[in-house]
Design a protein around this ligand. Structure first.
Ligand SMILES: [Zn+2]
Length: 186
């Protein structure tokens, strides 16, 4: 008989979304603006946060869980809490830097991408209040990556030709290999 802790773990696992993987057409759609910040949105945000931390990841955009609406959740390094950015926009950007990005929808691959170094994000929070956040380094990069998801753009679209060729070959080879079962032998 499982302990209550174990049971809570099992129930907890059920309340996450599955993360859509490259090849899923939903990842290529342009998401629509959020028009109502209501209870349904708040519940989806809650489940997305859990999905993000379980993955684990530092950000997760709605289309990655099959919802084509313009919002993403992220871990805010400053407040050490999860936040949501609704109808986000980048209103200012400066500089340029190279960074290796990962993506939960294209796991286990690094994408070396040049993008603006400093960005200012403008978005609505879960109460519908507008906020601005200036970011560089990891957070600045994550904002740009998540915003791309809302436009149906993936990291693979942002790498140079040579990298793209290698990654496409790797993804193709993966398709030819039978994935490991969920209950492998010891
Ligand atoms: Zn991604």
């Amino acid at each position: 008989m499982p302990s209550l802790d174990g049971l809570a773990g099992i129930l907890g696992d059920m309340t996450t979304f599955s993360i859509r993987q490259i090849g899923d057409p939903v990842l290529r759609e342009r998401s629509d603006d959020v028009t109502d910040i209501d209870g349904a949105l708040a519940s989806s945000v809650e489940v997305m946060v859990k999905t993000m931390y379980d993955a684990p990841g530092g950000g997760l955009a709605a289309p990655q869980v099959g919802i084509t609406k313009r919002y993403f959740v992220f871990h805010d390094d400053d407040s050490e809490t999860a936040l949501v950015a609704i109808n986000p926009e980048i209103v200012e950007e400066r500089g340029e830097c190279e960074w290796t990005e990962g993506c939960l929808s294209i796991p286990d691959i690094g994408f070396t991408i040049v993008r603006p170094e400093f960005v200012t994000l403008k978005a609505l929070d879960i109460d519908g209040n507008e906020f601005f956040m200036e970011a560089d380094d990891y957070m600045g990069r994550m904002f740009q990556h998540e915003l791309d998801h809302l436009d149906g753009v993936l990291a693979i679209d942002r790498v140079d030709k040579e990298q793209r060729k290698h990654i496409m070959r790797l993804l193709h080879e993966r398709e030819l290999v039978t994935p490991a079962p969920a209950n492998p032998f010891g």
